[in-house]
Design a protein around this ligand. Structure first.
Ligand SMILES: [Zn+2]
Length: 153
């Protein structure tokens, strides 16, 4: 109960919990929620957590995020827990599962990669090598990305 005081409870929507501390804004970016959004959001950052040290929590009101939307956040939050809230009750819980390949969310760290060439308009593509810790290999140049959080487009 005490933990819940950090963020206002919501009646309907989606709660994303157990985001590593400091990654909430990257999570919003991956979900396509930006400054132009109309969504009612609450973001709690660096909440103390026994398990994680510090964690972030994101609540999106009146929107039930679909597993395929949410799975992409496993890139930076492999232990995230998704709670779907209906009428102030948790009606469903999901874990996130990394997709086998990721297109257009992370930028390749190799400046010479074809996915970084302005002329080419090639959308970046990464193959998931390992889920936890997350590890990705560029489909084009095979560069390995260890920490996607610094490379979110
Ligand atoms: Zn590459």
């Amino acid at each position: 109960m005490k933990k819940e005081l950090k963020v206002v409870p919501i009646k309907n929507g989606t709660v994303i919990d157990h985001i590593p501390g400091g990654q909430a804004l990257n999570v919003l970016k991956i979900l396509g929620i930006n400054a132009r959004t109309n969504a009612v959001l609450s973001v709690a950052m660096n909440v103390r957590s026994k398990k994680m040290g510090r964690k972030d929590i994101v609540k999106v009101e009146d929107r039930e995020l679909k597993p395929e939307e949410v799975d992409k956040i496993a890139l930076i939050a492999p232990n995230a827990k998704i709670n779907i809230i209906g009428d102030s009750e948790v009606v469903a819980k999901h874990k996130v599962y990394l997709p086998k390949s990721i297109e257009g969310i992370i930028r390749c760290a190799n400046p010479n990669c074809i996915s970084n060439a302005e002329k080419e308009s090639v959308i970046s593509k990464f193959i998931t090598v390992s889920e936890n810790p997350p590890l990705f290999r560029c489909f084009y140049c095979e560069r390995i990305i260890e920490d996607a959080s610094g490379n979110i487009i």
